[in-house]
Design a protein around this ligand. Structure first.
Ligand code: COA
Length: 246
């Protein structure tokens, strides 16, 4: 357990809330450790994760007080980078609800999610160069893939922060809803995913995460496994029998 990462088990997903509102949920080592423990659990339990923040903020970045003390060896250890990579690679989908600030490492944690829902107060971006560092925990490679090269380059080279409308227009979030409705939307999505075949969902995620050079072989290999699965047989038979009864 961690005092700064609140974890609740729900029917179709696990809800994890960054809960350090007095520091705008700044991601410190304790939070990173708690996220690793959560990943270790979700890698085994294979459940959808909904990530959110408390106090009207997602996360205002890595903890600058700790960042200031870090040296070259800490940079090479990739403290946030490895943690967000692990979240990105979780077997089941990760849905982030982004309320208020999602800055720096907080934005990069959001970029690591599969699905992002924003609220009207969202402010998202990467001010790292203003602090004398780079956004090394995913922004330089994930943000281009999400919003395209032109906007990603502008955001990372100027530190410009996007509001909710612009984030929505850029596809950085798929919806903008008031906080309660945003969480409700994330829950709806998790419930919907829970009705699908988990093996097919996980295979889809593996294919989505594979490098371009792995396609189409990875898709064919994943499909070969699923074509032999009793669940595929059951789901398709159910569909066909339902139709023939009509
Ligand atoms: N790391 C460490 N502490 C942080 C933090 C961060 N990334 N973001 C906020 N905090 C702390 C502040 O130091 C302050 O602590 P204190 O009360 O002990 O002084 C507390 O959280 C509240 O922050 P404050 O700035 O007073 O809140 P605000 O609502 O006026 O402003 C922000 C919110 C997010 C605009 C502002 O805190 C900010 O600019 N944070 C840094 C954002 C950033 O550069 N992130 C990238 C890091 S890689």
């Amino acid at each position: 357990m961690s005092e700064t990462l609140r974890i609740e088990d729900r029917d179709s997903f696990v809800l994890a809330t960054l809960d350090r509102p007095e520091k705008r949920n700044a991601i410190d080592q304790e939070l990173v450790d708690a996220l690793h423990r959560l990943c270790a659990r979700l890698e085994v339990e294979r459940r959808t994760l909904v990530l959110t923040g408390s106090g009207g903020t997602f996360a205002a970045g890595a903890d600058i007080a700790q960042l200031r003390e870090r040296r070259a060896t800490d940079a090479l250890a990739g403290i946030n980078t490895r943690c967000f990579q692990r979240i990105r690679a979780l077997p089941m989908p990760v849905i982030a609800v982004l309320d208020g600030y999602a800055l720096g490492g907080g934005a990069e944690l959001a970029y690591a999610a599969d699905i992002r829902i924003g609220t009207p107060t969202l402010k998202i971006g990467n001010p790292e160069t203003g602090l004398g560092i780079i956004a090394a925990a995913g922004a330089t490679w994930r943000l281009q893939a999400i919003v395209g090269e032109a906007l990603a380059n502008e955001m990372l080279l100027t530190g410009r922060i996007l509001g909710a409308d612009e984030a929505l227009a850029a596809g950085l979030v798929s919806a903008v809803l008031e906080p309660g409705a945003a969480l409700a939307r994330a829950i709806d999505i998790a419930d919907r995913i829970a009705e699908l075949d988990p093996a097919a969902t996980q295979a889809t995620k593996r294919a989505l995460l594979a490098p371009l050079s792995a396609h189409p072989e990875i898709d064919l290999a994943e499909q070969a496994v699923l074509f032999e699965s009793p669940e595929k047989q059951r789901r398709m038979t159910e569909f066909l029998e339902r139709r023939s009864k009509r």
